[in-house]
Design a protein around this ligand. Structure first.
Ligand SMILES: *Cc1c(COP(=O)(O)O)cnc(C)c1O
Length: 397
């Protein structure tokens, strides 16, 4: 890619060429409304159902348990608000989540608090895992739902979902997981894992943007978020985004075949990147766990004495695209809520960058980062009053 080094696959991925070609004819040839009754529409209806099966297969669900949405945020919003509203007037008005969720979950929870629901935000440990004893203590008689991300989008922590589900089952509480970073990257089986609801988004696994899905286990009643026509078995109104749904289905079936191999290859690059950074840059910290409890494509570092934003801009000048901990809050100066939740100081949380790899990442990309980053960090530290301060403090200690 002519010198471009893209290391922000957790923000979004490119659309695979196979996916683009699968989508193509649904824009201009098979453009009819799938709800129309003439036979021209039959193929579109069938294409949507095939995509639904492919998405269901990816996570071990039944196809009638998959509902297409306008992305990961909508799926999260629907799972939480839809369940809460279906309970309106009933006695279960307490929900549990964690301090490290994506804003699609956190801000939905805050909205539900304004609507009179009660929410517990569980702390996590220093690697981002939910302490199971804390979860047990938080469950009350009126707890309706526990929502914990399958894998964290900033630091890559893959939760022990089975242990969380076991606690929920014991207490008769439903379990939702935001699997937007995990689906199509690590194996998921909603049936054997006992997951009740799961969110995913196509553009995090080489499908198009603006399409996602919510898995809802058969028998769970959700209030609609989008009211209108009878699409998605009257659960999510609006003319289907046929081309994008077909694209999501194609991306899901490619992932079902290739995920295992891809993840192994990407893991090797990740480990080379992590080992390289940790061995060449002094006073660097790896945020999140190591090994197979970390997403295959995620690396997240803090460098004392530097601002992550400055690093991002320096890397950008060198043609390397990364993100900081505060990706979604780029307009604010608040450090990442995830890094604060795992116990980092403001200073360390500010000095963080996330590098995420994908299908087109190469050894050369990693070499390029390992060549450029130590130099950038050293130069910025030499210019930084924070660094002088840090060195002075260490000398005192
Ligand atoms: C990207 C992301 C979302 C939001 O998905 P969109 O499709 O962008 O709405 C939600 N949760 C996590 C963990 C994500 O990484």
């Amino acid at each position: 890619m002519n010198g471009k080094v893209y290391m922000d696959y957790a923000a979004t991925t490119f659309v695979r060429p196979e996916v683009v070609s699968a989508m193509m004819s649904y824009h201009s040839i098979s453009f009819e409304n799938p709800s129309s009754l003439y036979s021209y529409s039959n193929g579109n209806r069938r294409a949507i159902e095939e995509a639904r099966e492919a998405v269901a297969d990816l996570i071990g669900a039944l196809s009638e348990e998959i509902f297409f949405t306008g992305g990961g945020s909508e799926a999260d919003n629907w799972a939480l608000k839809g369940l809460a509203f279906s309970q309106a007037g009933k006695d279960k008005r307490h929900l549990i989540t964690t301090e490290t969720e994506h804003h699609a979950v956190l801000h939905s929870m805050e909205f539900l608090e304004r609507m009179g629901f009660r929410v517990t935000y569980l702390p996590v440990d220093s690697e981002g895992f939910v302490p199971i004893d804390k979860l047990k203590e938080a469950i009350r008689d009126d707890t309706l739902l526990v929502s914990v991300a399958f894998a964290n989008n900033e630091i890559g922590t893959i939760q022990d979902v089975e242990a969380i589900v076991e606690v929920c089952r014991d207490r008769g509480v439903l379990f939702h997981t935001d699997a937007v970073q995990a689906a199509a990257h690590v194996p998921i089986d909603v049936k054997s894992m006992g997951i009740d609801m799961l969110s995913m988004a196509a553009h995090k696994f080489y499908g198009p943007k603006g399409v996602g899905a919510l898995y809802v286990k058969k028998g769970i009643r959700l209030e609609n978020l989008i009211h209108g026509g009878g699409q998605e078995r009257s659960r999510r109104a609006g003319t289907e985004n046929v081309a994008s749904i077909v694209g999501m289905g194609k991306a899901a079936s490619l992932a079902s075949e290739e995920m295992e191999f891809d993840s192994l290859e990407i893991c090797k690059l990740r480990d080379r990147l992590i080992d390289g950074v940790m061995s060449t840059i002094p006073h660097a910290r790896l945020n999140g766990p190591v090994g197979d409890r970390r997403l295959p494509n995620n690396a997240n570092f803090s460098f004392v004495g530097i601002e992550g934003e400055t690093l991002l801009l320096d890397l950008d000048d060198a043609g390397i695209a990364v993100s900081t901990g505060s990706a979604c809050a780029s307009a604010s100066l608040d450090p990442s809520h995830v890094l604060m939740a795992i116990g980092l100081s403001h200073e360390m949380a500010h000095g963080s960058v996330r590098l995420t790899l994908g299908r087109s990442s190469s050894d050369d990309d990693v070499s390029r980062v390992l060549e450029v980053l130590p130099y950038i960090v050293e130069r910025r530290r030499a210019m930084s009053p924070l660094w002088d301060d840090y060195v002075a403090r260490r000398e005192v200690l």
